[in-house]
Structure formats: C-alpha cells, structure tokens
Design a protein around this ligand. Structure first.
Ligand code: HEM
Length: 439
C-alpha cells in the first residue's frame, strides 16, 4: 500500500469555504485555540453551537479551517459515511503544521496508521488486531488489572491523605494494562509515560508558535529526543517480534499485513504511536474524570456505594460526561450537504464528541451525572461506525475494576478542587487531580 502521508491532501492554509455559510459562528470561544481549553470542554458554547450553528465555520492559523459539527445526529452521519467524510484523505487531527516545520517521523506516523485509513484496507487491518480486543481476552486481563489496582491503591494510601490521583493512580493503571497487552517489560514502562507527556505537550508548543511566541529551546530539545527514543524503541521491539513472535499485541502488529505485504516501517511507526497514545491517556483521563464526577454529584456516589452493581453503568456514564477524546477530523471527498450547509470536496469537518454527548435530543438532562441513565451506552465518546474505538472494552473494564476497589477502600475519597488540565483540544488531558482519601 502506498503511504497515506504521500497521498493525503495537504491542508490549504487560509482556505475559505466555497459555499455561503448557512449558520453564522457565534463569538465567545475559539475551538481552534488550544490555550482556551485549560478549563476543560466549553459545554455552554457547545450548547450555543448545537442550538444556533450546528455546522459552524472556524479558521485555524497555519492550517485549514473546518466545519464544526456539534449535534449527535449530524456526527453520526459523518461517522457512518466514510466514503464522503474520509479519514484517509487528510487525517484525523485538526492541524498537521506546515510541511517544512513538521517532525517528519511523527508526522508520518500520525497519518500512516489504522485510524487514518478508509476501507477496504481499514477493515482488513482492524480485523487483524481483533484477538486482543474480544470479551474473552478482556476477561483474561481482568485478574491482572485487579491485582494492579490493589497495589496502586496501597501506594495512594502511603502518599495520602492528600495526594495526586493522576500521578499515583490514573497514569499508572492504563500504562500497566497496555504494557501487559503489548508485552512491554516492567523496566521500560516509565519511558512510555514520559513519551506520552511530550506528545501531549506538542499541542501547546504548536499554539505558542501560531501566536508568535517562541517555544522554550530546552523543551524542544527534550521533545525531539523523547520522540526519537519512542520510535527507536518501537522499531526495535516490533522488528524483534518478527524474528521472535510472542503471544502479545506487539506481535500481532508486527505480523499484520496490508494486501499481501507486511507493514513497512512507516506503518509500524504509526501502529506503535496509535496504540500507546490511544490506549493510555484516554483511559487515564476517564479514571480521573470519574473521580471528579463522584465528587461533584454526591447523591450519585451514594447510589453506587449502596449498590456497587451499578459500577459498569457508572463507568459508561462517566465516559459520556468526561468525553476524553475531544474531536476527530474528516476530509470531504465529494460535494455534499450536512444539516443545510453545503460543502465541497477537500473541505474539513470536525466532530466534537463532548457536544454530542451532552445533546439533549438524545440524553435527557444531559449535564447531570446519572449512574442509572438507561441509554448511557449510546454515548459517542468512543466514536461510532467503522472506526469506533477498538479498546473500549479494555477501557471500561479498567474503570470498573478501579472503582470497585476505590469505593470499597476509600468510600469518602474526594477531589479537593485542585486540577491541572493541559493546553490541548484533542484530548481532555487532566495532568493533575488532588484527592483526599479521607473525604
Ligand atoms: C476511555 C478510553 C478511550 C476513549 C474515550 C477512546 C476513544 C476513541 C475514539 C473517539 C476513537 C476514534 C473513533 C472514530 O474515529 O470514530 C478511538 C479509536 C481507537 N481506539 Fe480508543 N479510546 C479509549 C481507549 C482505548 C484503549 C484502551 C485502546 C487500546 C488498548 C484504544 C485503541 C483504539 C484504537 C486502536 C482506535 C482506532 C480504531 C480504528 O480506527 O479502527 N482506545 N478511540
């Protein structure tokens, strides 16, 4: 297969929509400005967009502007029609930077990967991963996850009563689970956390540059070094699995094919980046988000304490409310219309999952955390359609196992109100969350 990075259409910087804008964009919040995201999702602005401008135009400095889609049903239409709204023709991120300013290997890996493919290659490659995402496999992991939750909570207790839940718990559990799936040895696991940190900070770097600021030199050096180490490690590990196959997800990726060919290095880089990114910080932020919600809605916490069998439903409701993945982008491949807005080939569409998940047309009283919500699993935090999250069962199992023990052991644990949210509009990245285990 040809490289997606060679075939995808480049962003047209400064592009303006071909057809008249149907719904004027309300002022007040710029979805494209990452510096505005440090307080989390702009739920009030989403509401305004859903009501007044469900398909709204936003410019992006140094990248192509996009149509922001905020209603649940419209997002479903986009997800279900990859032949019109392609992942492959322009990737899933809001912006890829100017060609001469990109990190070449990182740029290639963000495009040459499963999540940026359309059918038929997408389905074929996705199916080759399935053994590690079945309910049976998830159950086989559960016992190990349970043991790790106990160990981590021992550590939380040792560091308490007030401690950073992200540092001691929610960063560590997804890392453990993913490393177990991938077959990454214990001694190398801390490196993965560091790489994640630098990947998340890339958005902040980009923002400083687009605003005319100069990103700190030392940070850039560290960033470059860490990204280089990340790919070097993945390359060695994946090629090692080709020579010595093992019973792990890394081996599945190493042995995967597109057509009849083994994945070339660019696709191996992409698979490595996708799995460590997609599986790690999304679950981390769901675990932290759940803690926030249980603090903000004490009546719902009490319901779960009274009836722990509600925990699986609570996990889905917490993912709906938190919406850890903020957006995904698509590229229009043929002239079309969405909710009255005409679009032409080459234009970009961005789906805002946090808005779909608070759409009152689907979720009654959507801002309320309701652990008994009947349709909680209808949320779109895991996407929808052909690209729906492959790891959603793994994520849900971890939240369930975590909160069974957290609530049993520290029934009064609470978020103190202190948190640190990254400058990032792709993932709702909670970098710090102070809890008091005594309540
Ligand atoms: C709460 C945690 C998680 C959330 C919110 C989440 C969310 C998402 C979303 C929104 C997508 C894109 C769907 C689309 O384009 O329609 C996705 C895709 C994906 N996720 Fe997750 N994810 C989570 C956990 C995980 C975990 C734990 C793994 C792996 C262990 C994982 C692996 C993947 C992969 C491989 C894809 C690409 C699937 C494809 O393109 O066919 N995710 N996820």
């Amino acid at each position: 297969m040809k490289l997606i990075s060679e075939e995808a259409w480049e962003d047209v910087i400064g592009y303006k929509p071909a057809h008249p804008i149907t719904y004027p964009t309300p002022p007040g919040f710029d979805l494209a400005d990452v510096s505005m995201w440090t307080k989390g999702h702009p739920f009030d602005f989403y509401k305004q967009l859903r009501e007044e401008a469900p398909v709204a135009w936003f410019d992006v400095p140094e990248a192509q502007g996009f149509w922001a889609v905020t209603r649940y049903e419209d997002i479903k239409q986009v997800e279900l029609h990859p032949e019109i709204f392609s992942s492959q023709m322009g990737g899933i991120n809001m912006a890829y930077g100017k060609p001469n300013e990109r990190h070449p290997r990182l740029h290639s890996a963000t495009l040459n990967t499963l999540i940026s493919m359309d059918r038929p290659q997408h389905i074929d490659l996705r199916m080759q991963h399935r053994d590690f995402f079945t309910p049976q496999y998830v159950e086989s992991l559960r016992e190990r996850v349970r043991g790790e939750v106990t160990r981590l909570l021992d550590n939380v207790e040792k560091n308490g009563p007030k401690t950073d839940f992200v540092k001691h718990f929610s960063t560590r559990l997804p890392l453990f689970t993913l490393c177990e799936m991938m077959g990454i040895p214990e001694r190398d696991r801390a490196k993965v956390v560091r790489w994640m940190y630098y990947l998340e900070q890339a958005a902040a770097l980009f923002s400083q540059r687009t605003k005319g600021g100069i990103p700190p030199y030392l940070f850039i050096m560290r960033f470059m070094w860490n990204i280089r180490q990340m790919f070097k490690y993945g390359e060695k590990a994946l090629n090692g699995r080709r020579a010595n196959p093992q019973d792990d997800l890394m081996t599945k990726i190493a042995q995967a094919t597109i057509g009849d060919e083994q994945l070339r290095q660019e696709f191996l880089d992409g698979a490595w980046l996708l799995i460590i990114f997609a599986g790690n910080d999304t679950t981390r932020n769901s675990l932290s988000g759940t803690m926030r919600l249980l603090t903000e809605f004490p009546d719902q916490r009490q319901r779960v304490l009274d009836d722990p069998s509600l925990i699986p439903q609570m996990a889905q409701e917490a993912v709906r409310m938190t919406s850890p993945v903020i957006h995904m982008r698509r590229t229009v491949t043929q002239d079309t219309e969405l909710n009255g807005q005409k679009m032409v080939r080459g234009e970009k569409v961005i789906m805002w999952y946090g808005s779909a998940n608070r759409d009152p047309a689907v979720f009654e009283d959507p801002d309320r955390f309701d652990v008994t919500r009947a349709n909680a699993t209808d949320h779109m935090a895991f996407g929808f359609g052909p690209h729906v999250c492959l790891g959603q069962r793994i994520a849900a199992m971890q939240i369930e196992e975590a909160y069974k023990q957290i609530l049993e052991r520290f029934p009064n644990i609470k978020w103190t109100g202190k948190q640190d949210i990254s400058m990032n509009n792709f993932v709702h990245a909670i970098n710090g969350l102070e809890v008091d285990i005594r309540g």
